[in-house]
Ligand binder design. Structure first.
Ligand code: BJ8
Length: 426
C-alpha cells in the first residue's frame, strides 16, 4: 500500500519486515475489493484513500518527526482515554492496530483461543511485530473495561510498557469520584512522560482540538440522515476509523471539506442508493481498521448503513467536552463528565445505551438494527438480550450477529443478512 520505500524506517522500528509486507499486500487488496469498487463515492474520500494508503508510511514518518522534536506518542485501545490531556502537551494520541486476524498464532500462544478477536488482534500485532503504531508509541494506555482486555494488558506490559486506567463499572457519585481520580493520575502520568505541565491554557487548546474533530464527525453523521444518504456506510465508517490515528487538525479540515461536498449532494438530492433501500443501524462492538466485514456484507446485499451505535461511530463522537471552564479544575471536571457519559456495555446497568439505540433508529429513520458483537465479547453479547427486548417492545426489527475477524462465515452471514433485509422490506 505504501508509495515510497519505508522499509528502513520499519526496520528501525523493529517490525517483522516479511510479515509486514504480507500484511500490507492483504490490506491493499482488501481495500481495492471493498472500497474502490463502490460507485458514486464523494470526491472528498480521496483524502481518506490517501491516508489509508499511507497509514503505515507517511503517518508513521510524521510521528517519528514529531518525536524528534521532543513530543510524545501515546497509543490507546479505548475511547475512554482522554486524548485532550495528550494533545494539551503537544503529544499525539493514536489508536493501535486491533482489527485484523493477522498474528493470531502468536496471540494464541499467550491468550486462550476463546478470547475476543480484538484482543487477540492487538496482542498478535505486537507479538508478530506488525504494528508500527505500537512500536512508535512512547506509552501504551490500557483500561479496565472488559475482563479480557484488562488481563491481556498484564501480558502486553511484558512486551511494551502499558499504563492502565481504572474505569468504574457503575455510574454512581462514588464511581465518578474514582474516575476523577483516574483522570488526575493520568494527567500526572502524561506530565511525567512529556516533562511538560498541563495548564488551563494548553488544556483549553487540547479540548478545542478534540471537540472540533468530534464536531466534524457529528456533521458527517447528521448528513447521513438524508434520504437518500449522500455517503455509504462503508465510507463513513472509514472516516470514523481514521479519526483514531490521523493528525487531528488536518483530519478535521478534510472531514469538514467532505461535509461541504455532501451538503451539496443532499441539496441536489444526490445519494449513493436508490429510494426504498433499507436503512440499517449497526450497533455493538467497535470495528477497528480493517474490520469492514459486516458493513460490506450489508451494503452488497442491497441495504445501506446509516449510523453506527459503536465506539467507532456515535458513541465516541456524540458528546463534547464543555468548553466554558476557566480553571484547570473546571476543565478536569468537564473531562470527567464527558467521558462518564460513554455507554460501553462494560457498565452496569446500561440503560442509556438502550435508550440511545432507540433514539438513533428514530433520528436516522432506520428500518432495522443489526447488532454486532465480536465472538467471545461477553459485555456486548450478553447485553444483546436487553437490546432485543427493548427493540421488540418498540416494534423495531433486529438481527443479532456474533462473529470474529475470519472470512469463513461470510457466506452464512450474507444469507442471514439477506433474509433479514427481505423481512425489513416487508
Ligand atoms: S468504551 S466498547 S472501545 S472497551 S469487543 S475488547 S469489550 S471483549 S472494545 Fe471497547 Fe472502550 Fe468499551 Fe468502546 Fe472487550 Fe468486547 Fe473485545 Fe471490546
Amino acid at each position: 500500500m505504501a508509495q515510497k520505500d519505508y522499509r528502513p524506517m520499519w526496520k528501525e522500528l523493529g517490525l517483522n519486515l516479511e510479515g509486514h509486507d504480507q500484511l500490507l499486500n492483504v490490506l491493499g487488496q482488501a481495500y481495492k475489493d471493498i472500497y474502490m469498487k463502490q460507485e458514486n463515492r464523494p470526491k472528498g474520500m480521496q483524502y481518506l484513500d490517501f491516508v489509508i494508503s499511507e497509514a503505515h508510511g507517511l503517518r508513521i514518518e510524521e510521528l517519528m518527526e514529531t518525536k524528534k522534536k521532543g513530543n510524545k506518542v501515546v497509543g490507546t485501545f479505548c475511547v475512554y482515554v482522554p486524548e485532550e490531556l495528550i494533545l494539551a502537551v503537544g503529544g499525539s494520541c493514536v489508536g493501535l492496530c486491533a482489527g485484523a486476524e493477522i498474528g493470531i498464532d502468536e496471540a494464541e500462544k499467550v491468550l486462550p483461543r476463546n478470547t475476543c478477536a480484538l484482543i487477540k488482534s492487538f496482542m498478535g500485532f505486537k507479538l508478530a511485530g506488525l504494528c508500527p503504531y505500537i512500536q512508535a508509541s512512547d506509552l501504551v494506555v490500557g483500561e479496565t473495561t472488559c475482563d479480557g482486555k484488562k488481563k491481556a494488558y498484564e501480558i502486553l506490559n511484558d512486551y511494551k510498557e502499558t499504563y492502565v486506567m481504572e474505569i468504574p463499572q457503575m455510574k454512581t457519585e462514588r464511581d465518578r469520584a474514582l474516575w476523577r481520580g483516574e483522570i488526575i493520575q493520568f494527567k500526572e502520568k502524561v506530565e511525567e512522560l512529556t516533562g511538560r505541565k498541563i495548564t488551563a491554557e494548553n488544556l483549553k487548546e487540547g479540548i478545542k482540538i478534540a471537540n472540533d474533530k468530534r464536531r466534524a464527525l457529528q456533521r458527517l453523521s447528521a448528513l447521513r440522515k438524508a434520504i437518500p444518504p449522500p455517503i455509504s456506510g462503508l465510507d463513513a465508517l472509514l472516516v470514523n476509523q481514521i479519526a483514531f490515528y490521523d493528525d487531528p487538525l488536518r483530519f478535521t479540515k478534510a472531514v469538514n471539506d467532505l461535509c461541504d461536498e455532501l451538503e451539496e449532494r443532499v441539496r441536489n438530492g444526490i445519494g449513493v442508493t436508490k429510494n426504498g433501500t433499507p436503512r440499517i443501524l449497526v450497533s455493538g462492538s467497535p470495528m477497528a481498521v480493517p474490520n469492514w466485514k459486516i458493513p460490506f456484507i450489508i451494503e452488497t446485499s442491497g441495504a445501506i448503513v446509516v449510523a453506527e451505535e459503536s465506539c467507532v461511530g456515535e458513541r465516541s463522537t456524540r458528546d463534547l467536552v464543555d468548553e466554558s471552564g476557566k480553571t484547570l479544575d473546571e476543565m478536569i471536571d468537564a473531562l470527567v463528565d464527558r467521558y462518564f457519559k460513554i455507554d460501553c456495555a462494560c457498565f452496569t446497568p446500561n440503560q442509556d445505551r438502550l435508550d440511545h439505540i432507540v433514539d438513533l433508529v428514530k433520528a436516522f429513520k432506520a428500518d432495522g438494527v443489526i447488532h454486532y458483537s465480536i465472538q467471545f465479547c461477553t459485555p456486548y453479547t450478553v447485553e444483546a438480550y436487553k437490546v432485543e427486548k427493548t427493540l421488540q417492545q418498540k416494534g423495531i426489527p433486529l438481527l443479532k450477529i456474533e462473529t470474529d475477524y475470519g472470512m469463513e462465515d461470510v457466506g452464512q452471514l450474507k444469507t442471514r443478512i439477506e433474509a433479514f433485509l427481505e423481512m425489513v422490506r416487508g
